[in-house]
Design a protein around this ligand. Sequence first.
Ligand code: ASP
Ligand code: MG
Length: 425
Amino acid sequence: MGIVVQKYGGSSLSDADAIKRVARRITEQKRAGNDVVVAVSAMGDSTDELLDLAEAVSPLPPARELDMLLTAGERISMALVAMAISDLGYTARSFTGSQAGVITDSVHGKAKIIDVTPGRIQSAIDDGHIVIVAGFQGVSQDTKEITTLGRGGTDTTAVALAAALNADVCEIYTDVDGVFTADPRIVPQAAKLDQVTYEEMLELAASGAKILHLRCVEYARRYNIPIHVRSSFSQLDGTLVTGSINDEGEEQMEAAIISGVAHDRSEAKITVVGVPDKIGEAARIFETLAEVAINIDMIVQNVSATDTGLTDISFTLTQSDGQVAMEALDRLKDEVGYEKLIFDHSIGKVSLVGAGMRSNPGVTAKFFKCLADAGVNIEMISTSEIRISVVCSEEQVDVAVAAAHTAFDLDSSEVEAVVYGGTGR
Ligand code: ASP
Ligand code: MG
């Protein structure tokens, strides 16, 4: 008998029937003799609906109040799931993030978990209850305010609870059967991965695969918590995220060079045109962006053509940071003496991820060739040891993903992927 931590996402909790179905699934684990702790997301698209509502009331709501509003979504879920469980003859106790001991820093909207003190959860377990925790939220250690962990944060809540409770496994229930070699909504022949290492999953998550929150994977790797990503709509085994490419990973490296193709449409590109090619200009530009807390993803700069002495610097960032970044750079115009700024939000990023590319030459050439054959123009390139990413126009993302998936023999002979729920919003 051990502790199992489960997480149910919004698409598994879309309405009353879905909540009852999830409650049955939770009690199955309890009946099997395990203690169960569950982190829940807000029902369906209700977080987006709350955001729309906030925007309708106030264009720039105070961050503290936005967190107060958004955490209500998960509180609705936790109470309803606990009610459904008690109808099945089991007792459940629901807790807000703060009651559950999820302690964070004080950054509203993207707080980081700094500690979990699961005293109340542990005593509820000891009293025989099933524990339901509102995901995506905590309480700040300094300010004592309620915080949220950023979109998709319930995954991180679940893994943090699993680590604090020494759970055997963290099961993340979602609306697809596991981690696929590409988004099945774009590539119907995407295949399910039985197992993937933390490192590969980190790269996939950072490259836009929405299946798991990046910080949840970082957390799981740090505390060595196996994550089982699976569907709440089927009984199939999903994908086990565990292990490092340095140990068990060796075998997988022989099996498949590439584990998946991820894509991301959430970034934008800014080009600073006509920057004087002098020492210190790039530093000044990126210092300015750092001061306004902008995270940069890819950067491209060419050496200037000798006759002009000018160069262009392009970089990508989260689209929603675009305005702040443009305003900050605008203030720098006279100081740096660049010509103009160009903002392009219609870009997409396509990434190839696989531990095997470290030891297999030619992956980059094959990737670029297949994109060229598909008529995809590459605007930017970046690489890590186990990833190659390109930026292309947003309309070409689907074509690029499909081309790479086929070129690296990832297409499955049958259609394995079923998207059970969710609006993909
Ligand atoms: N409900 C929050 C969101 O939609 C958190 C989560 O689903 O994990 O982002
Ligand atoms: Mg959600």
